[in-house]
Design a protein around this ligand. Structure first.
Ligand code: PMP
Length: 283
């Protein structure tokens, strides 16, 4: 696989970053994951907009213009012949002697790589996934997409050891989001509920599109926190993210959601999201 690091396209074995890189020492960096369908980037403008917001919150300079970043993303898709999958991009503050205060005048480190993955024919989407709930032990600025991902890794391991596919994170009795996705329920009276934006969750690019699709489908929507008992009592549940699109959740903490199969609203929103993405790229 060919990866990109600071201006160079290299075989992955040859790509190197300094041990003094602040991404490595402080998780002082941000990232974005854009999905690829038919060799084309999906909703990349949204991901680049969020990248700028994350950078601004951390007082970090952009490593390149959007046009330059997108050109690199496209070059990697091409060189690695990615039909379906993702492009990962990471910006860290750069290399400096270890000190908590931000260094001045350093060059940001820009790293990008691709992963090929079947996103459209994902067998998990047919079956639905099962989640467990666990305490949200992350920091208080989850709206910034930093590479500090140990808390969600721990949550994912708790899920895995419990035989589940993912974790829903819970703070003060309310679900914030999934380990790497936004969380939704559909109540028995057909209302779509997902937590409102704020510092407690990441503003998913897919979430924004899903809510727009839900709105145009005349679904009732409430952006508010929901409890675990409410989720257990829901008719449907699902998650959204760039690489899973809309993914039905059929079990929570070992209990079936609804009849334990992907529900009609989740399936419909998945179809709508995929059609919209394919339309965007002209397929
Ligand atoms: N929340 C968290 C914590 C995430 O890591 C992600 C994935 N980046 C999301 C939500 C979903 O965001 P998006 O739809 O932009 O992939």
């Amino acid at each position: 696989r060919i990866v990109y690091v600071n201006g160079a396209y290299l075989p992955e074995e040859e790509a190197k970053v300094s041990v003094f890189d602040r991404g490595f020492l402080f998780a002082d960096g941000v990232y974005e994951v854009s999905s690829v369908l038919h060799g084309r980037l999906v909703d990349n403008a949204g991901h680049l907009a969020r990248l700028h917001r994350s950078l601004a919150e951390l007082e970090m300079a952009a490593p390149a213009s959007d046009a330059e970043i997108e050109a690199i993303q496209k070059a990697l898709i091409e060189r690695n012949d990615v039909q379906q999958g993702l492009v990962y991009l990471q910006v860290t503050r750069g290399v400096a002697d270890r000190d908590f205060a931000y260094p001045e005048g350093v060059q940001p480190t820009l790293v990008m790589f691709t992963q090929s993955k079947n996103l459209l024919q994902n067998p998990q989407a047919e079956r639905g996934i099962r989640v467990i709930t666990t305490e949200d032990i992350r920091w208080k600025r989850r709206d910034i997409k930093t590479v500090g991902l140990l808390a969600p890794s721990m949550a994912k391991m708790i899920a895995k050891r419990a035989g589940a596919d993912d974790a829903w994170l819970v703070e003060a009795g309310k679900v914030t989001e999934g380990s790497s996705n936004n969380a939704y329920i559909v109540t028995r009276d057909g209302t779509l509920v997902t937590r409102q934006l704020g510092n407690e969750i990441l503003a998913g690019i897919t979430r924004k599109a899903v809510l727009e699709l839900a709105r145009t489908s005349d679904l009732k929507i409430q952006e508010r926190p929901f409890t675990v008992p409410e989720a257990l009592d829901a008719a449907e549940a699902f998650i959204s993210s760039a690489t899973t699109f809309v993914m039905p959740v059929v079990g929570i903490d070992g209990q079936p959601v609804g009849d334990g199969r992907p529900g009609p609203v989740s399936r419909r929103l998945r179809e709508l999201y995929i059609s919209m993405a394919l339309q965007e790229i002209g397929e």
